[in-house]
Design a protein around this ligand. Structure first.
Ligand SMILES: Cc1ncc(COP(=O)(O)O)c(C=O)c1O
Length: 329
């Protein structure tokens, strides 16, 4: 077992920028509570309630350069809907309409002149209500940042697959946190899991629920291809991934493989023909090894690669059938 992080972790643009001493965010504009400001002026209070207690909702969205020239944000409406759902679950009222946030995202990409970028809206609580755990009124703030962020697990990971490990940290019980909400604080669970497996020389952490069934990875949903079926765990303690949803639709429309939402056990992963992860950041990443066991032939599987190819054509606007998922910038 290798003790150092593999190339996959070191490969992201953010990592590269950091090792060169450059912040990947410098020089960009941020949308903050209705206005565009320079990144260096996009500061928040040290007594932000969210900073202390982790109550906030966020999104991760990608904008891709299309093959027809110009750029398009992938499934923007669905991401804005999830941001509002996450906030609603947390009893936070977003002080902007969905339309305002939608337009702000599009404007932000234009203002920054990005062709491709990752977009991060966040709804959080400022310092206006004090710092008690219970505060009567939330001083709700919204900001949206964008930066250039290449393949999350590295280009190599997309092509050749990654090595994953089941984390010793369980995904939270549905009554501890709520999986339908993409809430800031609950990512401590993902961070601890990811740190644990990276320290052991793996690329990504797979997380089980409190009953021991497979949930998802630290920042991706999980699928297996086995016995002629594609399976993914049902939505309990699992983020309702927008890529997951899109992949299910594409499999149903384009592949002659039945897809089921069903509980998966850890040993089912080991003997699957293929395992792959889906997410806005990680896109469609094959998994070639889990807990030191080869998955299938121990390399990226054909089903995952076929889906990945269809996915990249869709996000680049090369498949008209799915242009409904693209918002031109
Ligand atoms: C824990 C977790 N699961 C799944 C996903 C995949 O969701 P999506 O496809 O909407 O990016 C993410 C990323 O947002 C995540 O953080």
């Amino acid at each position: 077992m290798a003790k150092t992080a593999t190339k996959a972790q070191k490969n992201s643009d953010v990592e590269t920028a950091k090792t060169k001493g450059i912040s990947p965010f410098n020089g960009s504009k941020v949308w903050m509570d209705g206005k565009f400001v320079d990144y260096s002026d996009a500061n928040i209070s040290v007594n932000s309630h969210s900073l202390h207690y982790g109550l906030g909702a966020f999104e991760g969205i990608r904008c891709y350069e299309t093959s027809h020239g110009g750029s398009a944000v992938f499934r923007l409406k669905e991401h804005i809907d999830r941001l509002f759902n996450s906030s609603h679950i947390l009893q936070i009222t977003v002080p902007f309409s969905k339309e305002e946030i939608f337009n702000a995202v599009v404007e932000l990409v234009k203002v920054n002149k990005f062709k491709e970028c990752y977009i991060r809206p966040i709804v959080y609580i400022g310092d206006g209500g004090g710092l008690g755990i219970f505060i009567k009124e939330y001083d709700v703030k919204v900001s949206i940042s964008a930066w250039v962020w290449g393949a999350y697990l590295g280009e190599e990971a997309l092509k050749g697959g990654i090595r994953a490990k089941v984390s010793s940290y369980a995904r939270f019980h549905v009554n501890t946190f709520m999986g339908m909400s993409k809430s800031t604080g609950q990512y401590i669970n993902s961070i601890l899991a990811k740190k644990e497996v990276v320290a052991a020389g793996y690329d990504e952490a797979i997380m089980l629920d409190t009953s021991g069934f497979v949930c998802e990875a630290s920042g991706e949903n999980i699928f297996i291809y086995s016995g002629g079926y594609i399976k993914t765990p049902p939505l309990s303690s699992v983020l309702p991934g927008i890529t997951r949803d899109g992949v299910i639709e594409v499999i149903q429309n384009e592949m002659k493989i039945p897809v089921k939402e069903e509980r998966i056990t850890r040993d089912e992963l080991y003997i699957a023909d293929e395992v792959f992860l889906t997410g806005t950041a990680a896109e469609i990443t094959p998994v070639r090894e889990i807990d030191d066991r080869k998955i299938g032939k121990g390399k990226a599987g054909n089903v995952a690669l076929e889906l990945q190819d269809m996915f990249f054509k869709i996000v680049k606007g090369e498949n008209k059938k799915y242009s409904k998922w693209l918002t031109k910038v």
